[in-house]
Design a protein around this ligand. Structure first.
Ligand code: IPE
Ligand code: IPE
Ligand code: MG
Length: 252
């Protein structure tokens, strides 16, 4: 029986790994505020609990066959929230990235960020750049965290870049195809998500991965993000196997 070391250096049989055949899972982690409100706590307490849940999910994801995870942490629309909440979230992102850097690096996670960084605090940006550089060679799991991310904003930036590259002669009119646009998205180099999960009972996509998730499967659960467990993720993944992905074709 084949053995490999897991992240705690425990020798595990590879038969303990269940690959559900869903390489890229994207998650709209919603419901932190309601989770806190139910307890009479400030919204930021919900965000903190939500961040702890991410750690648990990320740790187990590779053993479920997941190779890429994209998680929605802050949308281009989330700036509308109170200053206290926005600043609290930004502070938490920096704190979490710094605190988890060693563990993520040791667990073979390649951490990257999608979204427009230009509006983020320089200290947060520096922290993001550092962990991206540090974990670039890791292959066990690629974790893309969406901060100041909007699908429309990302498409607009990619289209603007294409226009610049065309005007400068870098790319010809006959080369303006899907691949050329995809290569200019923040997710360049990542496969499209197979499955998008949204927690908290809302059944909308809120500007998440508009281009990339065109043919993804969607799962909506009532569970608030801070209550979302590895067990529920496993249930969702096992249901996914029964879906018939036709991509516009006809099953023969
Ligand atoms: C999702 O939880 C996290 C972020 C958008 C940052 P919410 O903060 O949207 O929680 P609800 O939807 O208000 O419960
Ligand atoms: C989507 O959740 C964004 C994140 C999870 C980061 P929101 O709570 O911001 O979305 P809406 O407002 O319900 O559409
Ligand atoms: Mg919400």
């Amino acid at each position: 029986m084949a053995l490999r070391k897991d992240k705690t250096d425990r020798k595990v049989a590879t038969s303990e790994i269940t690959d559900y055949g869903v390489p890229h899972v994207a998650i709209i982690m919603d419901g932190n505020g309601r989770w806190a409100k139910k307890r009479g706590w400030p919204r930021l307490a919900g965000h903190r609990k939500g961040a702890e849940q991410i750690k648990k999910i990320v740790r187990e994801a590779p053993d479920l066959g997941i190779r890429y995870m994209t998680i929605y942490a802050f949308s281009t629309e989330n700036w509308k929230r109170s200053l206290i909440e926005v600043l609290g979230l930004m502070k938490m992102f920096r704190f979490m990235i710094r605190r988890e850097a060693d563990a993520l690096a040791a667990e073979g996670v390649h951490l990257r960020f999608i979204g427009d960084r230009s509006r983020l605090d320089p200290a947060l940006r520096e922290t993001m750049d550092q962990i991206e550089d540090r974990t670039r060679g890791n292959t066990r799991l690629t974790l893309a965290v969406a901060i100041n991310y909007g699908g429309r904003d990302e498409l607009r930036r990619a289209a603007a870049q294409l226009a610049i590259d065309h005007a400068s002669g870098k790319i010809g009119a006959d080369e303006l195809d899907d691949a050329a646009l995809a290569a200019r998205l923040d997710t360049a180099g990542m496969p499209d998500p197979d499955l998008v999960i949204r927690t908290s009972g809302e059944t909308r996509i809120s500007n998440f991965l508009s281009w990339q998730a065109a043919y993804a499967e969607y799962e909506f659960t009532e569970t608030l993000w801070p209550d979302f467990t590895v067990e529920e993720l496993t249930e969702i993944l096992s249901r996914f196997g029964n879906r018939d992905r036709r991509y516009g074709g006809v099953k023969t």
